[in-house]
Design a binder for this molecule. Sequence first.
Ligand code: GTR
Length: 404
Amino acid sequence: MKVTSCLIIALSMCMNVPAQKFVANYDEAKIPAYTLPDPLEGISSAADWPTRREAIRRLIAKEMFGHVPSHTATLEIVPDTEPFKILDGKAIVSQPAIKIAGTTWDLMIIRPANPSSPPPAFIAYNFGGNHTVIPDRGVRLPVSWQRKAKNHKAQEADRGSSARRWDVAALMEAGYALVTLYYGDVDPDMNDGFRDGVHAHFGVPKSDEWGSIATWAWGLSKTLDYLVASKIVDAERVSVLGHSRLGKTSLWAGANDERFALVISNNSGCGGAALSKRAIGETVGRINTSFPHWFNGNFKKYNRNESAMPFDSHMLLALIAPRPLYVASAEQDRWADPHGEFLACVGADPVYRLLGTEGLPSRKMPKLNEPTVGRIGYHIRSGKHDVTAYDWAQYIAFANKHLN
Ligand code: GTR
């Protein structure tokens, strides 16, 4: 290195020059020209898809979410001895725990009280602890890293704080169980060099190994292992759902584990359903800067360099095929690029069709609150980045259509 460049570096370090401020583009006219890679490249029949699918899955694992390390971890179940009823006796809440890799994950399973057979289920992480999903005092408080409440009193005050995001009554009415767990139990959502959660057991990941999203996705698969073994729900009819960063997680869980019968992305945005190459709203460079722990080390090379990506989110969505897939956007959630989420569904459609299913019925972005529903479902609802009763109503109808 020349002396002058050394001097410039040293000077800028002393002056603590701030990183260039990120200004999101929201103008479609300013989207860089891009071409989407063809998910069906090199193949012409459904019989060729499994090999192509595995190549795409490995590519996206290597370049973005990260492979799960080969290390094993044994799973132990602590059964719940004190289930209780809610909703005037219409539903039962049980809280078995999974012990794995030095961590404990408290599950909360809410199921209709008198089903004739194990019910189909929705599985979804929650952001704040199971106690934020329903207000009942019988729900255990999380003891791992806390995203919100910092002490016991604050946790108590937080009971039911996100209940409006969980339409438990509608789920019970429609005959579905809800399986939820706190994502912080699996891996605290912090950029700490992968020293906590299950990473303390597995070790610091290599640059092609898992970031937090892949770790959370793995947690959903481990939970599904338990559901299969326990027979508490119908494990062949489990829909995996997630909102925002947990929507990115549900997509990656569904892509890796074909036992998830149906996959739902709620406002997952950049790194989820939205096409990265559009670089509108949140971008790869921005997400990797704000949340460096979400994706693997390799993904950083696409910062401000989306055109070099040999894949995009339409290929992530195609990994779900031919299973039913629902992608939902919200009008005011421009950061998550609703149009890019829809276009990714359009891009995944040829795979669904090659596999003999309906795919996405419309090529045109639907109007507000007018879902387009085939084997791929999509809606853009009015309102902000959120999970609402409207969203749940569409997901329940979609599961009824495809899993009953
Ligand atoms: C935002 C992030 C999004 C989305 C969201 C969330 O700050 O930029 O990608 O994941 O968080 O998960 O709430």
